[in-house]
Design a protein around this ligand. Structure first.
Ligand SMILES: NC(=O)c1ccc[n+]([C@@H]2O[C@H](COP(=O)([O-])OP(=O)(O)OC[C@H]3O[C@@H](n4cnc5c(N)ncnc54)[C@H](OP(=O)(O)O)[C@@H]3O)[C@@H](O)[C@H]2O)c1
Length: 252
């Protein structure tokens, strides 16, 4: 059997209605996984479903995962349909580029709520025996902003640094449950989040950022392929690491 295959694995993906999460959904489906897709926008989630391999068994959860009171029962319902879960990608997230004087406690709160807390709360649910396969793999999408400084990103960078650090500690705690935990840190990837950021910072600053990528801006599939590796048995000895997928951005 191909070690990179996701056949017979059920993967839960947050942020599946757009950008990197949509691409992860499509690529995981091509690799043979069955999927539970999570996002708020039902219409966009169904658009993702329409892009999947027709043989993929798929369930959709349309919910705001920062208000997760019913999340466990929604996940339990999907597990009863598709079987236990052997992989999780936390791709849902928001980004804000603002000068420090425009940062306030609410901004930090909003960013941490989705980028960090929602992902770790879902990991808590998916680490329970009743929902997890014998072995499992969790992947958190962080950012190079969690590793290197970028102006205007105090709150966002802090959240992404927290994702990398928290994932490392989860890896230590969950190894005894046969769960591997890793993060991925992409630099700029061509998605709606990037378009919004470029609108915020203007054309000149945007082209400066593009120039800092030796291999140019990435595509969602570049991140999806790295996720497939971490979810697959090919990464059976990989845990507690942060995989940098950045076209050379942080090598300078
Ligand atoms: N694009 C980049 O350049 C880049 C670089 C480094 C890291 N990243 C990280 O990669 C991840 C995905 O980014 P992207 O570029 O694909 O962004 P995107 O296209 O804007 O997608 C963000 C996703 O997050 C979901 N989401 C946001 N808030 C949510 C909530 N409260 N509940 C449920 N879902 C929620 C959105 O779904 P709904 O709207 O349907 O709720 C959407 O599917 C983010 O964590 C981002 O920080 C992106």
């Amino acid at each position: 059997m191909d070690a990179f295959s996701l056949k017979n694995k059920t993967i839960l993906i947050t942020g599946a209605s757009s950008g990197i999460g949509r691409s992860c959904s499509v690529e995981c489906s091509k690799s043979g996984a069955n999927l539970i897709l999570v996002g708020r926008n039902q219409e966009e989630l169904m658009k993702t479903v329409s892009l999947l391999n027709p043989e993929t068994k798929v369930e959709v959860i349309a919910a705001d995962i920062t208000h997760a009171e019913h999340l466990e029962s929604l996940i339990a319902e999907k597990v009863s349909i598709l079987g236990k879960i052997s992989g999780f990608i936390h791709c849902a997230g928001i980004e804000k580029t603002l000068p420090l004087k425009k940062h306030n406690p609410q901004l930090y709160h909003d960013i941490f709520e989705i980028n960090v807390i929602a992902g770790f709360e879902i990991a808590k649910i998916l680490s329970l025996k009743k929902y997890k396969e014998e072995a499992s793999s969790f992947v958190f999408i962080s950012s190079v902003a969690g590793m290197v400084g970028e102006a205007g990103k105090a709150a966002y960078s802090a959240s992404k640094g927290a994702v990398i650090a928290g994932a490392r500690s989860l890896a230590m705690e969950l190894s005894r449950s046969n769960i591997r935990v890793n993060s991925i840190s992409p630099a700029m990837v061509n998605t709606p989040i990037l378009e919004r950021m470029f609108d915020d910072i203007g054309e000149e600053a945007s082209s400066e950022i593009i120039k800092k990528h030796p291999l140019g801006i990435g595509e969602p599939k570049d991140v999806a392929n790295a996720s497939i590796f971490l979810l697959s048995d090919a990464a059976r000895w990989v845990t507690g690491t942060n995989l940098v997928i950045d076209g050379g951005y942080s090598a300078q």
